[in-house]
Write a protein that binds this ligand. Structure first.
Ligand code: NAD
Ligand code: UDP
Length: 363
């Protein structure tokens, strides 16, 4: 028996049943595969020679993020809402990555009931499919399970400080419930489940209107628009480039039987939001001014993962610095919002207008 972070126990599969394997030719499903992280994951898995099926309802993802993979002959794009039982006609899967869920506060708060149901029913349906196929499941959880943390940096054994009835609760509590369900379903039904608690991740293929801070600041800087810091800007986040995150998720899938319970994945380098704004202005050469807007309710004040578990059990830690990751992301958005002509002061499509999270804000 192996102890979980929270103290409960699970019985691992027999040793060697799921050995470390990065060999090609496995059948893999990625829910939410047309989204930001999911599309990079699909690309990496197809590149490694696997047959990948992406299930996505395109709520926040885009066909364009993954359509180009179809030319490989190894990629299938399936429009499906994971709140519903999985559709027929799919192969038996060896592995399932479960990422389907909007991640930006602006988007997950737009339809909070739907977000809660995606976390609950979407995870249940995906677990059922993993059980049916005998697949290993990697579940994309989040640093939001720690809420506005009173323990810093956050370690997996910390239970968190979460409001169950606030504007972020559909996501925070939804993801907490999904962790519970995945853990108990795995234990009771014999499904091998791994959980990544993903911390703020950024990179190309974020949407210009995503509403998260990195995309907002870059788009605003490239447009020469005001850079909107919510609150004083002394709140912190720790930003991980998407390539590092994809590598971490793959290592988690391939990890041995010893990787039990949630694993923090993110950058251990903490940055204030004010500092991030200054770096983006510096790197884009923008003339944008910084303006302050009210801090949304329940906005976490500090966030940084303790990644010692990922380091020890997976040999994983991020390799790409914040500035290197931002350089690649800025180059992406320069192309995305219209190329050089759309840089500072230029014309940009309406979809490139940064979104704003909940209207419920502290006065
Ligand atoms: P994203 O919004 O870009 O991608 C989510 C994808 O899931 C989209 O393609 C969307 O269309 C799809 N989706 C949403 N609801 C669905 C449903 N009911 N059925 C089918 N598809 C659905 O977000 P992302 O940043 O790529 O995040 C991916 C996962 O990682 C999410 O589960 C998120 O909670 C988790 N995560 C991300 C971050 C981050 O910083 N990016 C941090 C913590 C956790
Ligand atoms: N934020 C900000 N300006 C923006 C968007 C976000 O100051 O235009 C802040 C937000 O209030 C939070 C931090 O940046 O403190 C990270 O926000 P994001 O929505 O990217 O992610 P999350 O809050 O889920 O970590």
């Amino acid at each position: 028996m192996t102890q979980l972070a929270g103290g409960s126990a699970v019985t691992p599969r027999p040793a060697g049943a799921r050995a470390n394997r990065r060999s090609a030719g496995r059948a893999i499903a990625v829910t939410g595969g047309a989204g930001f992280i999911g599309s990079h994951l699909c690309e990496a898995l197809v590149g490694a020679g696997h047959a990948v099926s992406c299930l996505d309802n395109f709520q926040t993802g885009r066909r364009a993020n993954v359509e180009f993979l179809e030319a490989s002959g190894k990629f299938t794009l399936c429009e499906h809402d994971v709140v519903e039982p999985w559709p027929g006609g799919l192969p038996r899967f060896d592995e399932i990555y479960h990422l389907a869920c909007p991640a930006s506060p602006a988007h997950y708060q737009a339809d909070r009931v739907k977000t809660a149901l995606t976390c609950a029913l979407g995870t249940l349906n995906t677990l059922r499919r993993a059980q049916r196929d005998g697949a290993v499941l990697v579940h994309a959880s989040t640093s939001e399970v720690y809420g506005d943390p009173e323990v810093h940096p956050q370690i997996e054994s910390y239970f968190g400080n979460v409001n169950s009835v606030g504007p972020r609760s559909c996501y925070d509590e939804g993801k907490r419930f999904a962790e519970t369900l995945a853990t108990d379903f795995g234990r009771q039904k014999g499904v091998l489940v791994r959980m990544a608690r993903i911390f703020n991740t950024f990179g190309p293929r974020m949407q210009a209107n995503d509403g998260r801070v990195v995309s907002n600041f870059i788009v605003q800087a490239l447009q020469g628009a005001d850079i909107t810091i919510y609150g004083a800007g002394d709140q912190t986040r720790s930003f991980c480039f998407v390539d590092d995150m994809v590598e971490g998720l793959r290592r988690l899938m391939e990890g041995g039987e010893a990787v039990v319970g949630p694993v923090n994945m993110g950058s251990p380098v903490e940055t204030t939001i004010g500092e991030l704004a200054r770096i983006v202005i510096d790197m884009t050469g923008s003339r944008s001014r910084i303006v302050h807007r009210p801090l949304p309710i329940d906005d976490p004040r500090r966030r940084r993962p303790d990644i010692s578990k990922a380091q020890a059990s997976l040999g994983w830690r991020p390799q790409i610095s914040l500035r290197d990751g931002l350089a690649r992301t800025i180059a992406y958005f320069e192309r995305e919002i219209g190329g050089e002509g759309a840089k500072i002061g230029g014309r940009v499509p309406a979809s490139a207008t940064p979104a704003r999270a909940s209207a419920e804000i502290r006065p």
